[in-house]
Design a protein around this ligand. Structure first.
Ligand SMILES: [Mg+2]
Length: 230
């Protein structure tokens, strides 16, 4: 973990990275995406679900797929899918403590919205203000990770030197542009304490060369980094 001693920017995905997949928050969003697809297309729930997953696979996010194929209003979609119950999120004061202890800046890079990120952090008892920025799907011009163009804009916006940055993310493919820009990459794995609805292709590249580290617990991993730096 010595390689973390030069890191001055810590980049975090939000969903299923800063909170555990096991609290099932994202599955609420997933279900609301299905109802939205159903409303827009008139398809029944089973067909809408299939289309949603095809769009997600082919366009990076369901939203992107709907914008390209159905010309939908992205703001209405984001409001609909993030209208969820945040109470299943665990309170994680230890995570806030470790984020504050990291040297340099913390940033969030999410395929969701700033509003969703802030509500999520507040429900976890983590101050959104400790992050120096939240780069969301709107800042990305609705071009989701792992697309290279918004990643470059993200680097420019925060004047970010990739060789001095680390990125934490639960989807292996989203770490590809991070590694291409010289970052240390950390995959947050689902763990095996539940029956998760993980798409098989999403986690197919777990062992890939662009993944430097893997952990099931972001807070625990940050603790280990801080121990090495102390
Ligand atoms: Mg995620």
């Amino acid at each position: 973990l010595q390689e973390f001693s030069d890191i001055d920017t810590w980049v975090f995905d939000l969903d299923n990275t800063l909170y555990p997949r096991s609290c099932d928050l994202f599955s609420q969003i997933d279900v609301r995406m299905t109802t939205y697809v159903s409303q827009v297309t008139g398809l029944g729930p089973v067909e809408a679900r299939r289309l949603q997953k095809d769009l997600y696979r082919d366009y990076g996010t369901t939203l992107r797929g709907l914008m390209v194929t159905r010309d939908i209003e992205p703001e209405a979609f984001l409001d609909h899918v993030h209208d969820i119950d945040y109470s299943p999120l665990p309170k994680t004061p230890g995570l806030e403590e470790k984020l504050r202890a990291l040297p340099g800046r913390c940033l969030i890079y999410t395929n969701g919205s700033v509003a969703h990120a802030e509500r999520t952090l507040e429900a976890m008892g983590v101050d959104p203000g400790l992050f120096d920025g939240i780069f969301d799907i709107i800042a990305s011009d609705y071009d989701p990770k792992p697309s290279a163009a918004p990643f470059s804009r993200f680097l420019d916006l925060y004047d970010l030197d990739g060789t001095r940055a680390a990125m934490f993310e639960d989807l292996p493919r989203n770490l590809v542009p991070a590694k291409e820009n010289g970052m240390v990459t950390i995959l947050i794995e689902a763990g095996n304490d539940g029956d998760f609805k993980v798409e098989s292709w999403e986690h197919a590249e777990k062992q890939a060369a662009h993944i430097d580290h893997a952990t099931v617990d972001v807070e625990d991993f940050l603790g280990k980094i801080l121990d090495v730096m102390a």
